[in-house]
Design a protein around this ligand. Structure first.
Ligand code: AMP
Ligand code: MG
Length: 357
């Protein structure tokens, strides 16, 4: 398949280009587009044949449901069977923005979108190109992240090209995304609401509006058997580079000692080792050391890009420092935990949890 790359300047959006991409969506094609979180791979959400192509292009399992993107709040009432008061409050406060709401689905939502669940995940993105595209398409747009299944999410068009060139119709290129981690997914079909995925809107911000929110145990990296039912996507290894990721969590003094020991240990096995640090003045010795940023916003923005950079430079193992679970830190740690095959908590006691491998 020939993939067309359309460059759009976010500061001067040419509507003719948006219209051309929107026509492809209306015809059942696939269009990758920027959102404020990561790039999405869009298809007409009400056209099951078009949606099927998303799963094929990404190699995504069919039981992993998709988020439906809208450009007008009113669309929620068409896609959801019930819109509780909590949803209205959150929509008013955080939309357009990086918050996805899971609501009971209406009849018009095809099963292929929801993986057979009776709920649907909906979000109104804040990116102007995304909003214009959805508006021009005049249909709700199903859009998971525009990467191959299980790979790091794309934060620039270049990442989308790496993963999906030749497999989709259009890639809109408007440079780097702002937030860099995906939207927060909040299930409003439970009481209290359940956080299914931490993301661009923090748990603290949500609790200021709703009061106490339940946190799905897997978010904190707990091993959960038979996770499923609620949000099947959660069971998969995710966001991972080709290199094996080892995450070391805990107090910085202990973390840094442990990381250096791990570097030496794996070096002896002949491995090429990368270290990802949130400390500019680190003293690590390794084959490749990358500074990811020292505040949450910067770390979130750089995280997936740095995973891909490590892969380009062919490291075998990435050892990453953990950060705090507060604010946007919870989303960052969730991505690191899901990417990791080994998590070391409490480095002094050497308790190791292995997941997904
Ligand atoms: P992404 O592939 O990055 O767009 O991720 C979408 C996330 O939303 C996945 O974790 C899905 O499991 C979750 N999701 C989508 N639809 C639903 C739904 N109806 N109920 C619960 N989670 C959902
Ligand atoms: Mg994804």
């Amino acid at each position: 398949m020939k993939t067309k790359i359309i460059k759009i300047n976010p500061k001067n959006i040419e509507i003719s280009k948006i219209k051309a991409a929107a026509r492809i969506l209306r015809k059942g094609g696939l269009v990758a587009f920027p959102t404020e979180t990561v790039y999405g791979l869009g298809a007409d959400a009400l056209n099951p044949k078009a949606v099927k192509k998303i799963f094929e292009a990404k190699g995504r399992p069919a039981d992993n449901p998709l988020i439906v993107h809208i450009a007008d709040k009113e669309e929620v009432y068409r896609l959801a069977k019930e819109v509780p008061e909590e949803a209205e409050k959150l929509m008013d406060k955080f939309w357009p923005g990086p918050l996805t709401l899971v609501l009971k689905k209406s009849k018009i939502v095809p099963d292929i979108i929801t993986g057979g669940l009776d709920s649907v995940a909906i979000r109104m993105p804040a990116n102007k190109i995304a909003l214009a595209l959805i508006k021009e398409a005049k249909v709700p747009v199903a859009a998971p992240s525009a990467n191959l299944f299980s790979k790091p999410s794309p934060t620039s068009a270049e990442h989308v090209i790496q993963d999906l060139y030749g497999k989709i119709d259009v890639i809109i290129d408007s440079g780097e995304t702002e937030i860099g981690v995906e939207s927060t997914v909040l299930d409003l079909t439970t009481k209290p609401a359940t956080l299914l995925r931490p993301g661009g809107i923090t748990l603290e911000e949500l609790e200021r509006v709703l009061g106490k929110i339940k946190i799905h145990p897997i978010i904190k990296g707990k091993k959960v058997k038979n996770i499923i039912a609620k949000s099947p996507g959660m069971k998969y290894k995710h966001y991972s580079p080709n290199a094996d990721v080892i995450l070391v969590e805990g107090a910085y003094q202990e973390v840094k000692k442990r990381i250096q020991k791990l570097v030496y240990k794996h070096k002896k096995e002949g491995k090429n080792i990368g270290v990802m640090t949130a400390n500019e003045n680190h003293e690590y010795k390794a084959d490749l050391i990358k500074f990811v940023g020292n505040d949450f916003n910067t770390i979130a923005k750089n995280l997936f890009k740095i995973f891909r950079e490590f892969d380009k430079e062919k490291v075998d193992i990435i050892i990453a420092e953990g950060v705090s679970d507060k604010g946007l830190g919870l989303a960052i740690m969730n991505r690191l935990r899901k990417a990791a095959y080994e998590i070391i908590k409490n480095p002094r006691k050497a308790s190791i949890i292995k997941i997904f491998k």
